[in-house]
Design a protein around this ligand. Structure first.
Ligand SMILES: [Zn+2]
Length: 294
């Protein structure tokens, strides 16, 4: 492969793309690899562009959405959040590597977002918690918009390191991600996090290092903490009884954020734990299993 004319040529297959424009340097040939190979709806996936100097600049997109790359393991990586209501199917992706005055190198391909079956949950709640008066409806809408504004803010620094940890101790399994909810007989928005049924007052800890992006008391989530882990990655802790941190504060993995409660719309004490990559609502269990060491 030689010359500028080849740069930008399709070089990808489904899960791996060799970067075109790599010239004769076969020994350090860069490529782009998806983790996992077949990401599912609701996953936190990542794209690894390998064999690149840290100083290289990497740009890219998946399905038209831009990616934010960070130096990682002899290359660069970017998180890809696949929202729980994403249509399964193929998406085009592409990356470009810009390095000083070297000719840009590119790779492209398609990645298939695999479908996932979500459970259907039927709940009965007091009517006052479901059929909102117009003031409450306005309030809930404004609060949702405030959360979205937080998630649209991308901190360019990567704050998390190593594995993500459970936000509550013990081994109680978390349930309910993506559940299609039918409340008092009417379909409502799907459940965007996982719930830990643990006693009132159980300490809630930070899943990883980050900065406290929001402390608030909202209608549905109740008392809440949102952590910014950098690069568009956020974790959410809802229905808290008490909060032990304040906005802007830096927190370490395992640091106490507050305690489990039943504030907001909750049928009893539990922790609702959510995660976002930008505005994509992703499975916190996928985040806890994220194999993106240091
Ligand atoms: Zn929940």
């Amino acid at each position: 492969m030689s010359g500028v004319a080849r740069a930008g040529i399709l070089a990808g297959c489904v899960a791996v793309g060799v970067l075109a424009g790599d010239g004769a340097r076969a020994g350090e040939r860069a490529d782009a690899v998806w983790h996992p190979k077949d990401p599912r709806v609701g996953d936190v996936a990542w794209l690894h562009v390998r064999n690149l100097p840290e100083a290289a600049r990497v740009e890219g997109s998946v399905g038209g959405s831009p990616l934010t790359f960070f130096p990682y393991a002899g290359g660069h990586a970017a998180l890809v959040g696949i929202d729980l209501e994403t249509e399964p199917g193929a998406r085009p992706w592409g990356v470009a590597v810009l390095e000083g005055d070297r000719e840009p190198r590119t790779a492209r391909g398609t990645v298939r977002f695999a479908p996932r079956r979500f459970p259907v949950e039927r709940l009965t709640l007091p009517r006052a918690m479901v059929d909102l008066d117009s003031d409450t409806e306005r309030r809930a809408l404004a609060e949702a918009q405030r959360l979205t504004a937080v998630f649209r803010t991308v901190t360019v620094e990567r704050l998390w390191r190593g594995r993500f940890t459970r936000p509550v101790g013990g081994t109680v399994p978390a349930t309910g991600f993506g559940a299609r909810r039918i409340i008092n007989g009417a379909p409502r928005s799907p459940h965007s996090g996982i719930d830990y049924s643990v006693p009132l007052g159980t300490p809630v800890v930070a899943a990883n290092t980050g900065r406290v992006a929001l402390v608030a008391e909202f209608f549905f989530p109740g008392r809440l903490v949102v952590l910014d882990h950098g690069l568009g990655l956020y974790t959410l802790y809802f229905h808290l009884d008490s909060v032990a941190v304040s906005e802007g504060e830096r927190v370490e993995r395992g640091q106490t954020l507050g305690s489990v409660g039943a504030s907001g719309r909750a049928t009893g004490p539990h922790l609702h734990f959510g995660s976002q990559v930008g505005t994509a609502r992703v499975d916190p269990a996928a985040l806890l299993g994220l194999a993106l060491g240091d």
